[in-house]
Write a protein that binds this ligand. Structure first.
Ligand code: HEM
Length: 406
């Protein structure tokens, strides 16, 4: 897609605020977008701009770059909704919602009340042994070698293995899962995305049907048994919830793993700090989550409002650009510097009522991956001459990460 193929800019958008947003391009780039594109937006853009190509399908959306502005929109349920923001059901001409994320109050709150305990820190702590075993199995494959593609051999399969376990699905489904996920989240072509949406939907519907006959303790069985106000949830809601976990839980963790290990491979002094003092790993993980915040979601305006003096009209989309917020110079001193003692909060998992349901699971996976890989691999670095391909878009990630050691 190029600048020429974007949708028309709405008449109320001031021409001087229109920008082409390079982080939405959904194509491979050979530069670390956090150091270049994100920094460039902060250096040259106004506080609010209209990215002509931000929403999938090359549709425009408002782009905010300040963490405080993002928080204000996350909290503002009077003027903004998430209903229909993902566009997955619309790709099929249907109207089911991703659940909980596309629900509005009060049903959203009712769902979160039921779901939060299932993803609470204590429940996730119970998974530690399982998660650590899977991390060890993957890391063990590096022993006796001097190189790997960390993205293909760890960052991508690790969360997928955990996810299949949590869904009670055979590991043999992994290749399907990953291929669909790539098409849903990283491809710009709307036909490809629609086909993948249909396939995932049919796959999940078949599994839900099977699971009804044989309930277990997995997340699909949980979904089938959810009741709200004493009523079972509908078939569309069960599908929408499973779909939401699928698009929310796999790619996000894989992307962060790739970005965090890319950072360590290119910052040997930070790697050494963690090897010398593994107790620093939780703080390091938090700081890398801030500095490499990968996810952009959307809000849709339902009632006219103003941000920085600019009118936002009903129907306008606002991009919740956490990659920009994580490097906001008004929020963080020297935002491009990664400092494990920074101790700063961030909006990498969102904010307010829609804050990430899976944050505790994600943190556990990231933490254990850092601990286990650092325990097995000697100091690692990028393969000589390697130029790492990054992919920007709704979730920023590295497409491959060639590492060498020894
Ligand atoms: C490092 C990994 C992750 C990151 C950076 C991340 C990021 C986010 C963000 C920014 C939001 C808020 C979106 C918004 O308000 O528009 C969110 C929501 C959500 N995430 Fe995550 N996520 C991660 C891992 C996970 C995992 C592992 C799961 C699955 C268990 C998950 C499931 C969800 C769900 C279901 C929501 C919707 C919550 C709601 O709307 O009430 N996420 N995530």
């Amino acid at each position: 897609m190029t600048e020429q193929t974007v949708a028309p800019i709405p008449a109320h958008v001031p021409a001087e605020l229109v920008r082409y947003y390079p982080l939405s391009e959904r194509k491979t780039i050979y530069e670390n977008p956090f150091d270049t594109l994100v920094a460039d937006v902060h250096n040259t853009w106004p506080e609010i701009a209209y990215g002509s190509n931000v929403y999938p399908g090359n549709v425009g959306a408002w782009v905010l770059r300040r963490a405080e502005d993002l928080k204000a929109v996350y909290m503002d349920e009077e003027h903004f909704t998430k209903k229909g923001f993902s566009g997955f059901a619309a790709l099929l001409g249907e109207s089911w919602s991703l659940i909980p994320t596309e629900l509005e109050p009060p049903r959203h709150g009712a769902f979160r009340q039921v779901l939060n305990p299932l993803f609470a820190p204590r429940r996730m702590a119970e998974l530690t042994v399982k998660v650590r075993d899977r991390a060890r199995e993957l890391a063990a494959r590096f022993k006796g070698r001097t190189e790997c593609d960390f993205a293909a051999e760890f960052a991508v399969p690790f969360p997928a293995i955990i996810f299949l376990e949590l869904f009670g699905l055979p590991q043999a489904e992994m290749d399907h899962f990953l291929a669909w996920e790539h098409k849903l989240l990283h491809v710009a072509d709307q036909t490809v995305r629609a086909d993948a949406t249909r396939e995932v939907k049919h796959f999940l519907q078949d599994v839900i049907k099977e699971r009804r006959k044989n309930l277990g303790t997995d997340l699909i069985s949980n979904a089938i048994q959810i009741t709200i106000d004493g009523e079972p949830i509908t078939d569309d809601e069960i599908l929408g919830h499973c779909f939401n976990l699928y698009v929310g839980g796999l790619d996000t963790v894989a992307s962060n793993l790739g970005l965090h290990f890319h950072h360590l491979a290119t910052h040997p002094e930070h790697q050494q700090q963690l090897r010398d003092n593994p107790a620093l790993i939780p703080a390091a993980m938090e700081e890398m989550l801030r500095a490499y915040s990968a996810v952009t979601t959307f809000r849709i305006c339902t009632k006219q409002t103003e941000i920085h003096g600019v009118s936002i009209l009903p129907g306008d989309k606002v991009a919740m650009t956490t990659p920009l917020a994580g490097r906001d110079p008004t929020q963080y001193k020297n935002p491009n510097e990664v400092r494990f003692d920074r101790g700063a909060t961030h909006v990498t998992f969102g904010y307010g009522s829609h804050r990430c349901l899976g944050a505790n699971l994600a943190r556990r996976e990231l933490l254990i991956a850092l601990e286990e890989v650092l325990a097995v691999l000697p100091p690692f670095r990028l393969a000589p001459g390697a130029v790492v391909p990054f992919r920007a878009g709704g979730v920023i990630h590295v497409e491959s990460l060639p590492l060498v050691w020894g």
